[in-house]
Design a protein around this ligand. Structure first.
Ligand code: GLA
Length: 441
């Protein structure tokens, strides 16, 4: 009897200690977060559509009128964003990437849209997009040319910021090609941020500053966060598993440097969602959606909304996963462990909830089981003393109550992910529940 009581006491003590240490860690962690660009924007990660990965620099409207970079393409996407539920799901910014410009500035030094492909100019397109209740994103470059060779903004930052604001642009993706020195790169990104602010228009500022800086110098993320609403760290995404995998690997290998800096107003940007295209299997699309939610990544789809499968559409519009991505606490998740070609990622959410993702990186064989002790999740506080677990992906299933001593076991397809949400329960009575398995197949 005494032994039993002692066992119980020591377990309660362990629980209490884990709980208070966990809460303390969370508090310290919040305090460490750096100051964000104070334009009041991107309080949660930006959601929208961006043309680059799917449509690249196709300027041949004679041969390919339906897929060239033209006002028609963006008007069609705007219509579909509203009619097909994308806007209601949260996708708000319709963004133009490179190759919208005419090859030369106008006589007053202003950028101009290609007159054949954008006959109404960007202003008319912005009006159209706004009339649909959406916002318009545009692309520029800090250096002498854009990556595709159109006019860059170097030497024209004020004039370009003013032009974008006059046209009614709501987001600027500012690339870093053809910049001749690290000093010009840093000064240019900072200058443009201030120039956009001076216009008085609310313009989300999407940077690629760390990506271009990284080969030469370690980025100062505290500083980058003060100027940018999101920032690309890694090379361009392709429509392939290899590409998605390399982005995840880079992110987890660098998580010590990049996770804590993310938060309301400033986010790491692992690049576009390529779900709904050609290169990813269903399981790989699930992995991208789940992990972009865990990483608090901007959700900028690059796909053809005119031709998208119902399955990809449902995944991209999955409310529960979007809720995780958009969680107001605004903390980026991280890889908790990697073992036997399984990765476990987790992200703290508001209301003491947690998101957990189990990824099976083995590319041979069939579905594999993986078990994780509940106590090891969420810095020991995710499910302490008990929680309700819902599997969200690949399909939604309520798994029921788990306690701190139980094991979460699941089966995951090769290159797939199972995404869970763990909710604190108001249960104060510690009820010992049997070990539970979550068979996902
Ligand atoms: C760079 C960027 C891409 C895209 C292209 C456009 O490669 O990283 O996202 O904007 O330029 O040329």
């Amino acid at each position: 009897m005494i032994l039993e009581t002692m066992k119980l006491m020591s377990r309660d003590l362990r629980l209490d200690r884990a709980l208070s240490l966990g809460v303390l860690a969370l508090v310290l962690w919040s305090v460490r977060r750096a100051r964000a660009l104070d334009n009041g924007l991107a309080v949660t990660p930006t959601m929208g559509w961006l043309h680059w990965e799917r449509f690249l620099c196709n300027v041949d409207c004679q041969e390919e009128p339906d897929s060239c970079i033209s006002e028609q393409l963006f008007m069609q996407m705007a219509d579909l964003m509203v009619s097909d539920g994308w806007k209601d799901a949260g996708y708000e910014y319709l963004c133009i990437d490179d190759c919208w410009m005419a090859p030369k500035r106008d006589s007053k030094g202003r950028l101009q849209a290609d007159p054949k492909r954008f006959p109404g100019g960007i202003r008319r397109l912005a009006n159209y997009v706004h009339s649909k209740g959406l916002k318009l994103g545009l692309y520029g470059d800090v250096g002498n040319h854009t990556c595709a060779g159109f006019p860059g903004s170097f030497g024209y930052y004020d004039i370009d910021a003013k032009t974008f604001a006059d046209w009614g642009v709501d987001l600027l993706k500012f690339d870093g090609c053809y910049c001749d020195s690290l000093k010009h790169l840093a000064d240019g990104y900072k200058y443009m941020s201030l120039a956009l602010n001076r216009t008085g228009r609310s313009i989300v500022y999407s940077c690629e500053w760390p990506l271009y800086m990284m080969p030469f110098q370690k980025p100062n993320y505290t500083e980058i966060r003060q100027y940018c609403n999101h920032w690309r760290n890694f090379g361009d995404i392709f429509d392939s598993w290899q590409s998605v995998k390399s982005i995840l690997e880079w992110t987890s290998s660098n998580q010590e440097n990049i996770v804590d800096v993310a938060g309301p107003g400033g986010w790491n940007d692992p690049d576009m969602l390529v779900i709904g295209n050609f290169g990813l299997s269903w399981d790989q699309q699930v992995t991208q959606m789940a992990l972009w939610a865990i990483m608090a990544a901007p959700l900028l789809m690059s796909n053809d909304l005119r031709h998208i499968s119902p399955q990809a559409k449902a995944l991209l519009q999955d409310k529960d996963v979007i809720v995780i991505n958009q969680d107001p606490l605004g903390k980026q998740g991280y890889r908790l462990r990697k073992e036997d070609n399984f990765e476990v990622w987790e992200r703290p959410l508001s209301g003491l909830a947690w998101a957990v993702a189990m990824v099976n990186l083995q590319e041979i064989g069939g579905p594999r089981s993986h078990s994780i002790s509940i106590a090891s999740l969420g810095r020991g506080v995710a499910c302490n003393p008990a929680c309700l677990i819902t599997q969200l992906l690949p399909v939604k299933r309520e798994l029921g109550f788990y306690d701190w001593t139980s094991i979460l076991k699941t089966r995951v397809n090769p290159t797939g992910t199972v995404l869970f949400r763990l909710e604190e329960t108001s249960q104060t009575i510690f009820k010992k529940l049997p070990l539970q398995d979550a068979d996902t197949l």
